[in-house]
Design a protein around this ligand. Structure first.
Ligand SMILES: Nc1ncnc2c1ncn2[C@@H]1O[C@H](COP(=O)(O)OP(=O)(O)O)[C@@H](O)[C@H]1O
Ligand SMILES: [Mg+2]
Length: 230
């Protein structure tokens, strides 16, 4: 484990800021994710650590999943994905409405279809491997998909992960959806986690990579846009 103190770690270059964690570069091979202050954020961070524990109960590495090197409470050392993230990659070719950042007005370039093919295969591979271990990711979307130095996928951010078959309180639209009346007793909720939820997210990722933006990002429905989307 690196010998730096937490204060030293916060002096490292900040790579990303998510809803629950701050990620700093420690070395060319390693980053550290620090849980944000707040009980919910720290619960999510602990959940991500539990997911890594369950994964490590099984022999072998999971290809295309970010590796965890070390964990202590609120602090997780991870493999550095040096190729950047899919959200940034998509954003590079999008022209957005200046007043309303939600809306994509124009796409300046499409992603290479051979790259999309490879990344989709890698995404299906990592999701299927997690499912075989009885686990669901539950937050597959471009913001949590990173690239390594060879531009291969590294799926990150396991803090919403569960065992397959658990109830999930929230998924991120349009990578998850509320069940409708025809879908039984779980109607009105996001239902139980597993292949159904992760495959829906994978479908939305496929759309995003092919079209260059997330589903509905070329539309805007006014002040209630976020509410309508969910
Ligand atoms: N292993 C990593 N290598 C490089 N950047 C990372 C890594 N993990 C996270 N990041 C960056 O930090 C951001 C937030 O990380 P994430 O795990 O999604 O945190 P949160 O749980 O708060 O959403 C990512 O979108 C990415 O930009
Ligand atoms: Mg995230």
């Amino acid at each position: 484990m690196p010998s730096q103190s937490l204060t030293d770690l916060r002096d490292m270059p900040l790579l990303g800021r998510g809803a629950t964690g701050l990620v700093y570069k420690v070395t060319d091979a390693m980053v550290v994710k620090l849980a944000c202050k707040g009980a919910e954020e720290q619960k999510d961070h602990a959940n991500e650590q539990r997911m890594f524990e369950m994964i490590e109960e099984n022999p072998g590495k999971i290809p295309y999943l970010i590796e965890c090197h070390h964990r202590t409470p609120h602090v997780t050392f991870l493999q550095f994905a040096s190729g950047g993230g899919f959200a940034v990659l998509l954003n590079k070719y999008q022209k957005r409405d200046e007043q309303n950042g939600w809306k994509v007005l124009e796409l300046t370039q499409a992603l290479d279809t051979q790259d999309i093919d490879r990344w989709m295969e890698q995404l299906c591979d990592v999701a299927a491997t997690l499912e075989r271990l009885g686990l669901a990711h539950n937050d597959i979307r471009p913001g949590n998909m990173l690239l390594d130095a060879e531009r291969n996928l590294k799926l990150a951010d396991l803090d919403r992960g569960t065992k397959v078959g658990e109830d999930i309180q929230v998924l991120t639209e349009p990578f998850g959806r509320l069940l409708n009346k025809s879908e039984g007793i779980d109607a009105g909720s996001y239902g139980k986690t597993g292949a159904r939820t992760d495959i829906f997210a994978i479908g939305s990722v496929f759309y995003s990579l092919l079209r260059g933006c997330e589903p509905h990002e070329t539309e805007y429905w006014g002040n209630n846009h976020g509410v309508i989307l969910s």
